[in-house]
Design a protein around this ligand. Sequence first.
Ligand SMILES: Cc1ncc(COP(=O)(O)O)c(C=O)c1O
Length: 390
Amino acid sequence: MSRPPTPAPSSTPVRPIARETTGPGGALPDGAEGLALIKPGVRAQAGYTLRAPAARRKLNQNECPHDLPQEIKQAVLDRAADAAWQRYPEFVPERLVQRLAAHYGWVTDGVVVGNGSNELIQATLSVVLGEGDAVVAPSPTFSLYRLLTGVLGGRYVPVPMGPGFAFDVDRIVETAVRERARVIVLNSPNNPTGSAVPDGAVERLLAETGALVLCDEAYQDFGGPTAIPLLRRTSRLVVLRTFSKAMGMAGLRFGLALAHPDVARELAKGKLPYNVNLITLAAADVALDHADLLAARTRAVTETRDRFLPRLAGLPGIEVFPSAANFVLFRCQAHPAGEVFTRLYEEHGILIRDVSGSPDLAQCLRISIGTEEDMEAVLSALQVVLGRAS
Ligand SMILES: Cc1ncc(COP(=O)(O)O)c(C=O)c1O
């Protein structure tokens, strides 16, 4: 969901400072002078925001449906309690970085850790983009790429996906070449469509364009190919992974970038020093101790998805798109999507994501895969809402 762009500045004469305060806690009636100093490219962007009211079944942010087991949380807290909190965390958390490199099959000095992978999207774009440089990305996709490109003064060039929201690799190549793209962003599986890039697509983009290819693999644990093996063959690739989805740690904010060591060193300049706090560093380390358990939970989510998808597709009046992720996109054909969304929430306590406001997602809704019980509840509720009362 995004906040609308800020209107363009009027030509208000600049008053340096008001003569009097507006009273305790009050703001000036408008922020015209301050706003006039914000870059037009920033004001033209819709802000990233999300209204997420409390819900019995929260299926709107592609989170893991299970909290971490209490023993794992306790192990994190014990480890964090042993650390000196008045000290900054390690500049580069060497041991953790070594473990991450081993976990993802890459070299240690090619790993950069971040306060969520969002920070590393920002860091990557900030060290690569100059004013007016093109960023090419499929559309629809994660809205943050467009926002950050605008904030950084780049030029965002969306490339429509093909039928059924399949990646149109030919068109991405053509566009990237035509626009002399500095960066191509690929999110696979793609949020919010669930589509995975076809095998060989990333290799083709690297071979046929001169761009840096930023592969956001936030959902790759749930399906689709990974670009990690290609890191051995090019230094124009950055792969992002997160602990927010399959690893079930969205609240702790941890992600990482994998890149050629020379490039990783430059990416690190785009993030803030000490960006990952010591509790999160402890949690990432403990999570790796329990990688098998977390992988088993991920498999359970994909199995739930694979059972849910055909049953969802069997409901009347909707078109369901294939998904390799932990969420599913569908299009309402017989009812307004906004009404389906509202009724699911108000009458059934199920909060999903209404993405129908985006022009290429007309009438579409996205549901995160929760527990088996959550998905049974979604199916029963949708049967009622879509008009086939059970
Ligand atoms: C495609 C994509 N990339 C990145 C993120 C954010 O990940 P993180 O929590 O690691 O910042 C999300 C979150 O929804 C996402 O959908």
